[in-house]
Design a protein around this ligand. Sequence first.
Ligand SMILES: C=CC1=C(C)c2cc3[nH]c(cc4nc(cc5[nH]c(cc1n2)c(C)c5CCC(=O)O)C(CCC(=O)O)=C4C)c(C)c3C=C
Ligand code: FE2
Ligand code: FE2
Length: 342
Amino acid sequence: MTWQNQQLPADHPAVKSGGVGVLIVNLGTPDAPEKGPVKRYLAEFLSDRRVVEIPAIAWQPILRGIILNTRPKKSAHAYSQVWSEEGSPLAVITRKQAEAMQTRLGDDVTVDWAMRYGTPSIPERIQALMDAGCERILLAPLYPQYSAATTATVVDKAADKLRTMRWQPSLRTLPPYHDDPAYIDALADDLSRQLDALAFAPEVLLLSFHGMPQRTLELGDPYHCHCQKTSRLLQERLARPGLRFRTTFQSRFGPAKWLGPATDDTLEEEAQAGTKRLAIAAPGFSADCLETLEELAIQGREQFTEAGGEQFAALSCLNTSPAGLTMLEQLLRRELSGWIRS
Ligand SMILES: C=CC1=C(C)c2cc3[nH]c(cc4nc(cc5[nH]c(cc1n2)c(C)c5CCC(=O)O)C(CCC(=O)O)=C4C)c(C)c3C=C
Ligand SMILES: [Fe+2]
Ligand SMILES: [Fe+2]
């Protein structure tokens, strides 16, 4: 960053300028695994019109009258099962990813992190980057597969903040990277390493992506196609004798039809069909979170073993693995091109 004060008149306020910032963003998480904080978080998340595409006049009474009075207790219990000493896994891992990027990218850039819902918020961190002199900001939503409910809503939130600013930073956004060789290589390396380290050889590797309403596919959201392409490219790289792949969608929410096949149904179906050894990976999540640590690793194991399966492993997300960080550095450097020395 450049201090330009020496060029300013003596009575001019101090201004920092000329810096480059990176803002890594993930979905968001409650501040504590308790009913109140979970309710606040869900109220913000599920009021986003990009997430629940039902007119507010119909949706808000259902959300406020039913969902926010029932779900927070259940979700808080689920969060309490995965919460760590340092906090919510999603927030902790995202912070560590940002710290690692700061180390790798060096002093040319200021790296920060934010959550789309909850804290630290996108507007607060954009302001902090501006205050630190970053006139150029690379906004990096860590969603390999684009969806309106994830990637687009991050950009919306940043734009809301920019709308309030007299002196706006220049903004770039990290494109989806679902088929980027750097991403596929990182997943292939990291998942191969994890498969090799298992005490058993799985018959099936289930690749589970977060679900979306089926309607989003019909409306033109590329999410489903991005997930299928990631899955195909990854399968080509992970092929090994005796290993079969399935691509599934998890975390169904609400009564509408969601993308399928559903992860939970598939776990049961596989066990009932005689599969005894199964591993599951979640390539669409950049960081382990409630959806992987509780829904897959805890509930998924129960579903599989109760239906007759014997050996089950939930593989970790890229998180702060060397392969994951190297990929992230590569993607960020590419998008920072022209802004920093390469
Ligand atoms: C990875 C991409 C994600 C997509 C796509 C996505 C869509 C989506 N999610 C919901 C509803 C919920 N998701 C919840 C948690 C959650 N979702 C993602 C990611 C995607 N969601 C993550 C990383 C997390 C974990 C957050 C954490 O704190 O660890 C939840 C909250 C938890 C719960 O109560 O079960 C809900 C609700 C919808 C409706 C949707 C698409 C329209
Ligand atoms: Fe979700
Ligand atoms: Fe879930």
